[in-house]
Design a protein around this ligand. Structure first.
Ligand code: BG6
Length: 509
């Protein structure tokens, strides 16, 4: 159902990769599916000198390469879409550029027959974080921001991560944003929340009654969240080297996954009801202390190896990476949630680049049955009465999205022997349609004014509080404990050892 109002979407950072690969394809798909109101227009803003025509050609090329419903070059729908796109050359710290932008937006409103006090604006900051505050300040100074209480038109601003590089800078960034905008106008995006399978974590937990009674310390032995990437730094060496896996993936995507897996059921699906529960959950995780950092974290950095037959150089030889860098491209963490539901259940988080394959999965391992009654098979042999593999529920976020439950089953025959087997649900087989991309969902939500899947500032701060503990612990080490791993493997051996031993220890308690 198309409930969106005509909007002009301005993308700052229009020459960047995010715009080309994700934002433009998402907008194109929304238009194709009739989810955006007629009269929706897109304006790219960037430093490079370019005409509207040149921008349109670039858009068409990007769509031929990256759109979900791939058009042929020159296709009518492609031309129609690109004709709704405009370009404004400008610099992020020059008020004249923002006045020129305003003139262009007013001209577009006029062409659409939209009265001058009715134009809705969605500003998307797909820029380096260093200019976030400056761009918002310029928007404020040059009269681009509508009064948040104005019922005839709205202004919303989507801000890409990173929101600061630690707690202090995140608070400072927020202060400067909220000196110009009202919180209702700020949409902090975490694209993981737009993924269908991430939303399905909530549907699975709160739309079904069978698992919720088991979802606690009495039945769950531990939770393991993996976000493995087979890609390396992909031309973003200088950004990544300043960031590392902890800031790039854990502070945002992984802690969001953890929050959805472990939070209490919200009283409704209203934006603040869901976000309140996530904040409560994140605040119940005690930050890792300086003297605990070695027991609770392992960091790694990739060295040369092969992925899919392709030779990968050492991380230290990537463009933009400092040759002596100790930035982590892999991190494994152990966290606890100190609340009634989860006390004593370890949560292991693990993420890295240049790993063997791309895989995002949440594994919930249940406790063993109290008695060992049956024999079971290992490597084809009956190994007698021994502990079965515990039941495991796996929520697969990507790729091959789905859900798997491993249970012990009787092997046919005269003996009572059990073997673990999987009950599986695969999205693609059941629904037979490709899931919408994360940016499609989130941009549409921003246009519709639904903030449920966007991050509130207190979530950002709660997540930084946790990450800061680890960063401080690492910074206090005289010699950084960084484990090298070969590209194309599953990360440092030390991480496997750390998690396996820790699980053994917690089971022995
Ligand atoms: C981004 C990170 O936020 O997420 C990247 O900056 C990472 O480093 C990407 O590759 C992963 O997203 P996805 O959707 O490919 O899992």
């Amino acid at each position: 159902m198309n409930k969106s109002k005509p909007t002009t979407i301005v993308i700052f950072g229009a020459s960047g990769d995010l715009t080309r690969r994700k934002l433009i394809p998402a907008l194109y798909q929304l238009v194709l599916e009739g989810l955006l109101a007629k009269g929706t227009r897109i304006v790219g803003f960037a430093r490079r000198e370019k005409s509207h025509e040149q921008f349109r050609v670039e858009i068409e090329e990007a769509l031929v390469e990256f759109a979900r419903s791939k058009p042929n070059a020159g296709a009518a729908e492609l031309k129609l879409f690109s004709s709704s796109c405009y370009y404004q050359t400008g610099s992020y710290d020059n008020s004249k550029s923002f006045h020129d932008l305003k003139e262009l937006l007013e001209k577009i409103d006029e062409e659409q027959g939209i009265p001058s006090d009715r134009g809705n604006r969605l500003f998307y900051l797909a820029t380096p974080p260093t200019v976030f505050s400056g761009v918002i300040a310029m928007l404020g100074q040059t009269g681009h921001i509508a009064d948040p209480n104005d019922e005839k038109r709205w202004t919303r601003v989507i801000i890409e991560k990173p929101f600061g590089r630690d707690l202090e800078t995140a608070c400072a960034l927020n202060k400067s944003i909220l000196s110009i905008l009202d919180e209702r106008q700020v949409y902090r995006i975490d694209h993981y929340l737009g993924k269908e399978t991430v939303q399905n974590i909530m549907a699975f937990r709160f739309g079904n009654s069978i698992f919720e009674p088991l979802w606690n310390r009495r039945y769950v032995s531990h939770v393991h969240i993996t976000v493995a990437e087979a890609v390396c730094v992909e031309g973003r060496g200088s950004y990544y080297d300043n960031s590392g896996a902890l800031r790039d993936m854990v502070q945002n995507h992984m802690l969001q996954l953890l929050a959805l897996v472990a939070m209490e059921p919200p009283a409704s699906f209203a934006p603040n009801a869901v976000r309140d529960e996530k904040v409560k959950l994140l605040s119940a995780i005690p930050p890792i202390k300086l003297n605990e950092v070695n027991e609770c974290s392992i960091r790694g950095q990739y060295a040369a190896g092969t992925i899919d037959g392709k030779l990968i150089p050492d991380y230290l030889r990537e463009n933009g990476v400092h040759p002596d860098s100790v930035t982590e491209t892999f991190v494994a963490l152990k966290l606890h949630v100190d609340n009634w539901r989860w006390a004593g259940v370890p949560f292991y988080l693990r993420t890295g680049k240049a790993l063997e394959e791309r895989l995002t999965e949440v594994n919930i391992e249940f406790r063993q049955p109290p008695l060992t009654l049956f024999s079971h098979i290992k490597n084809g042999d009956d190994i007698g009465r021994s502990r079965m593999k515990p039941n495991m529920l796996s929520l697969r976020v990507q790729p091959n999205e789905g859900i798997r439950l491993s249970i012990g089953m009787k092997v046919p025959g005269p003996k009572m022997i059990l073997e673990p087997e999987d009950l599986e649900f695969c999205y693609a087989d059941v629904f037979g349609v490709e899931s919408p991309g994360a940016y499609e969902r989130l941009i549409l939500d921003a246009i519709l004014g639904d903030t449920t899947l966007f991050i509130r500032q207190d979530e950002v701060e709660a997540a930084w509080r946790l990450v800061n503990g680890v960063l401080d612990g690492w910074a206090s080490e005289e010699v950084p404990h960084i484990h090298l791993y070969r590209a194309g493997t599953w990360g440092p051996y030390a991480a496997d050892e750390f998690i396996t031993n820790d699980i053994k220890k917690s089971k022995a308690l």
